[in-house]
Ligand binder design. Structure first.
Ligand code: HEC
Length: 139
């Protein structure tokens, strides 16, 4: 609770930093959009619904300890999570509570690679990555 209040205070105090973070997230999304179109010329827009389904679906094919993104990020993206493998705490993934989310391209790519393989047993496609970020940006 205290942490959440501190985060809220940070957001109020640093509107410019938040705006800059949005531009960086937009650039990441634009990159995934270009890759999605290259893979499938018919790909039009990212989808909040598909992003939510990716987040909540119980997948088979990955690590049985982590059949869903929610295994570590919890069913409520605004809540802190916990790593189902290591027990370590994870900050909320919803952009509304954690505006720094999805702003560093290398971190985003690294985690998508690790987490999609852990949950789905394969890499996520650029379309899936864009859908996921679009969903979280509205949470
Ligand atoms: C084994 C636990 C675990 C599971 C399951 C998991 N994640 Fe994560 N995720 C993490 C950890 C740990 C981090 C890095 C710490 C952090 O960002 O707070 C992270 C961070 C991320 C990030 C980077 C966020 C940012 O700020 O840039 C993305 C993207 C991500 N996860 C996507 C997913 C997706 C998509 C799924 C489901 C397919 C998923 N995660 C499932 C543990 C997990």
């Amino acid at each position: 609770m205290i942490r959440r209040l501190m985060l809220a205070a940070t957001v109020v105090a640093l509107p410019l930093a938040v705006l800059a973070a949005d531009a960086r997230r937009d650039a990441i999304l634009a990159d995934y959009a270009a890759k999605a179109r290259a893979a499938a010329p018919g790909a039009t827009a990212f989808s909040v619904q598909r992003g939510e389904a990716l987040f909540r679906t119980k997948w088979t094919g990955g690590d049985p300890r982590t059949t869903s993104c929610t295994a570590c990020h919890t069913a409520d993206p605004r809540q802190p999570g916990q790593n189902a493998k290591t027990g370590r705490p994870i900050e909320p993934v919803a952009v509304s509570v954690n505006p720094r989310r999805f702003t560093d391209p290398a971190t985003v790519e690294k985690q998508f690679t690790r987490d999609c393989r852990s949950v789905l047993g394969r890499d996520c496609t650029p379309l899936e990555k864009g859908d996921y970020i679009t969903f979280m940006a509205g949470q």
